[in-house]
Ligand binder design. Structure first.
Ligand code: GLC
Length: 421
């Protein structure tokens, strides 16, 4: 599978969960599925979803300032409420909410005006569609779904014809999205309730790429997507192949005014460095209000991350994964030509910054944000075992993560052997 090159270069995306759940600030879809909120009360939020403050150009400017290069918006979450005027169901914001219009076209246009790539989130499963709960798929790792009426019919009551109707609906909505909005990325979710064969995922991939060949498809397609999507924690060992960490700013995907647990900018910067250091992208969650506003708590964190990225942009854009952990006690990135190593110093700088197992000679070391040239020397080593590179810390350090640029005499070469003797 060939991956569109913009993805690996983008590094940061914004993940918008915007839907009727923002009205009462309840969990997106899961609140009725799990029984916390009755279905009717959940759907009564439709009557108060106004989008009166929706200004996608302001969103796009904020996201561009955050350093993001792409955004993903929930076109349809598991609750089945579409943010566009789909002709396949009246469960959409144009027909059923006071917002009364398609919300996707203004979003895609505004993002593109800021040069951002456009992603659309789409839930395969649909807990509101009358034909969805028509087949069974037991998954011992997800016992809660086995007898949930939103997911599947009672034992012995499968109805393959209804499932065929559901698949036609699923394909119909997806082709509306692809032909109507021409997304650069489709971000799927909710694949776990059916098998690859029940969804016919391989065929789905072909159908979608026949409509638009340069689209990226995320991995929630039972092996037929382009990249993996770890969630909420940076994997200690980076996954193989392209990947993207999706990560909430507080503890919720959607707007939840009770949730004050916003991650500080220091943690966001650190998480971002760890993610790109492992070769991944960070997809940062933002939950706009039912009116369409982004809260100051969320906006200020995007601004803080963006300011750090601007100070250190050479260590971000156009880089690839850095050294495997252990060579340097922190994340690192490498320029694409692998001749400049960027050390992201996430913890305090004391006597010196050390790098082990680096075979190359070092030409020059600077503090990336200020350009200050830093003294360095290599001590120790024996035969093929390289000595330890020791770098003097800069006079001025970053309040979050200080980046040191190490210019090498050639492409980075690492010693990972067991030593002599
Ligand atoms: C989790 C949540 C879902 C959310 C998704 C984003 O799977 O259950 O609601 O949309 O994460 O990755």
């Amino acid at each position: 599978m060939t991956m569109q090159p913009w993805f690996a270069d983008a590094k940061l995306g914004i993940f918008l969960h915007w839907g009727v759940y923002a009205v009462d600030g309840v969990a997106e879809s899961w609140s009725f599925y799990g029984g916390d909120v009755p279905y009717d009360r959940y759907m009564a939020q439709l009557d108060r979803f106004t989008a009166t403050d929706y200004d996608p150009d302001a969103w796009a400017r904020l996201f561009a300032r955050s350093g993001a290069r792409y955004t993903v918006l929930t076109a349809k979450h598991h609750d089945g409420v579409a943010l566009w005027d789909t002709r396949h169901s009246d469960l959409n914001v144009a027909e059923r909410t006071p917002a009364g219009r398609d919300l996707l076209a203004p979003y895609t246009e505004a993002m593109r005006r800021q040069g951002l790539k456009v992603g659309l989130y789409f839930s395969h499963l649909d807990w509101s569609h009358p034909d969805y709960a028509s087949l069974r798929h037991e998954d011992p790792t997800r016992p809660w779904m086995t007898d949930n009426p939103y997911t599947m019919p009672p034992q012995g009551q499968e109805d393959p014809e209804r499932w065929e109707r559901f698949l036609a609906f699923h394909r119909g909505q997806l082709s509306e999205l692809v032909t109507g909005y021409e997304p650069d990325l489709l971000w799927f979710d909710g694949q776990w309730e059916r098998t690859e064969r029940q969804w016919r995922m391989r065929e789905l991939r072909e159908e979608l790429l026949a409509l638009k060949g340069d689209m990226i498809l995320n991995g929630r397609m039972h092996g037929h997507g382009d990249y993996t999507t770890p969630e909420q924690g940076v994997p200690i060992t980076p996954p193989d192949g392209p990947w993207e960490l999706c990560y909430t700013l507080n503890n919720n995907w959607g707007h939840n005014p009770q949730d004050r647990d916003h991650k500080p900018v220091s943690l966001l910067v650190r998480t971002f460095a760890e993610t790109i250091g492992g070769g991944g992208n960070l997809l940062l969650g933002v939950g706009p209000t039912a009116e369409g506003a982004i809260t100051p708590e969320q906006a200020s964190r995007l601004e803080g991350l963006g300011a750090w990225i601007r100070r250190n942009k050479d260590a971000v854009y156009g880089t690839v994964a850095g050294l495997p952990l252990g060579h340097h006690y922190g994340p690192s990135t490498l320029s694409k030509d692998r001749r400049t190593l960027y050390l992201h110093c996430v913890d305090g700088l004391r006597d010196f910054v050390a790098v082990r197992g680096l075979v190359n000679q070092v030409k020059r070391v600077t503090a990336l944000a200020t350009g200050e040239v830093l003294a360095h020397r290599t001590l120790g080593g024996f035969k093929e075992v390289p000595g330890v590179l020791l770098i003097e810390p800069p006079a001025e350090t970053d309040r979050y993560v200080t980046v040191l640029a190490v210019e090498l005499d050639g492409e980075a070469e690492l010693y990972r052997g067991g030593g002599c003797g």
